[in-house]
Design a protein around this ligand. Structure first.
Ligand code: AMP
Ligand code: MG
Length: 335
């Protein structure tokens, strides 16, 4: 009997060890489906706080929601802003500079002309219209102060679609950590952020989708404590006369970026940066993307090219497992 009494707590402990307390919330925000799973005793309350924070950010950053700071800014050309908008705008402007203009939130009027903003129908704008709208794509005309922002050109608009989910991931991650969560997977519409490792101590396995087939992967990343964000031509597009037009606009041309990449996955400890980089490097193309990777450091990449190459930067060499049947030629990029 004594032995049985000893065994009981051990058995209970083992059971708890196998199935740690967890909570999952799936919800719609920022125009996409989001899902967060957190583990640990505080998972429930931490998750509720994280979801509240994401909803709060959407109310401030949405370009389509009347009354949001960005909506007001686009409508009036100036707006009072809080800390979040200030931080996100400041990061966006900094990275416009660091990516040679490839990442540019003032691309909004051009995106709108293609029908990629809001619920508008998709269409191919005329060259004349694109050229006219390109004069409004100018981040140097965004005057940012701590509590206000001004767009200097009449008709300018901004769109945080290439950065907001990353920023929201970072805020949600911080709240989960502050609430004691040591293991979680955040999936904000494909923007993946990982806290710690899986509850069993192993790395999270994150599949990288084959841009040419929604049911296939090009490989799997084994990751802990970082973010992995993918931008791809296949994520939002329309087709006309057999040509595909996608949602990531090259600010230099006003056309969907065509630099030989089908998708870019950026892996980085900072989710906002991963989001910025995946969009920007898609616009920049393979050579400039790898040049920036060599120059900046602090992030790693998986690139899929339109000539069926799979380029993995060397920091991911031991973390990336190729899907042998994916049909791409694997190359490792060196510093
Ligand atoms: P992502 O899915 O993070 O690559 O972001 C794509 C979204 O960012 C688009 O749907 C637009 O809202 C916006 N966007 C498009 N082109 C650019 C660009 N060159 N720089 C910054 N944001 C962009
Ligand atoms: Mg992005």
């Amino acid at each position: 009997m004594k032995r049985l009494i000893w065994l009981l707590p051990v058995f209970t402990l083992l059971l708890c060890g196998c199935q740690p307390k967890s909570a999952t919330r799936q919800f719609f925000a920022m125009d996409t489906v989001m899902s967060i799973t957190a583990y640990g005793e505080t998972a429930d309350q931490a998750l509720a706080a994280a979801v509240n924070r994401i909803n709060e950010l959407e109310r401030v950053l949405s370009r389509t929601r009347e009354g949001s700071e960005i909506y007001e800014l686009n409508r009036w050309g100036n707006a009072e802003i809080g800390q979040d908008t200030c931080r996100i705008l400041s990061l966006a402007l900094e990275w416009t500079h660091r990516t040679g203009g490839a990442f540019d939130i003032t691309v909004a009027p051009v995106s709108a002309a293609w029908g990629f903003s809001g619920d508008g129908d998709h269409q191919i704008p005329s060259d004349g219209e694109i050229n006219e709208l390109l004069s409004l794509v100018d981040s140097s005309a965004v005057i940012l102060n701590q509590d206000s922002v001004q767009l200097q050109k009449e008709g300018m608009e901004i769109d945080l679609g290439g950065i907001a989910k990353g920023y929201a991931s970072g805020q949600a991650e911080q709240i989960l950590r502050e609430n004691g969560v040591k293991s979680a997977l955040l999936d904000l519409g494909g923007n993946i952020t990982l806290i710690g490792s899986k509850p069993d101590g192993s790395a999270w396995r994150i599949a990288v989708q084959d841009p040419c087939s929604s049911s296939e992967t090009v490989g799997t990343l084994s990751l802990t404590d970082c973010s992995a964000v993918t931008s791809g031509a296949y994520q939002r597009f329309f087709q006309q006369d057999g040509v595909t037009y996608h949602h990531i606009i090259d600010p230099a041309t006003g056309y969907p970026a065509e630099k030989g990449l089908l998708c870019v996955t950026a892996v980085c400890s900072d989710p906002t940066l991963a989001d910025i980089l995946s969009t920007a490097l898609f616009v920049m193309g393979e050579d400039s993307a790898l040049d920036l990777w060599r120059a900046e450091g602090g992030f790693e990449l998986v690139l899929v090219t339109d000539d069926r190459r799979l380029i993995v930067t060397e920091g991911l060499k031991d973390l990336f497992e190729e899907n042998a049947s994916c049909g791409y030629t694997l190359e490792y990029a060196k510093k």
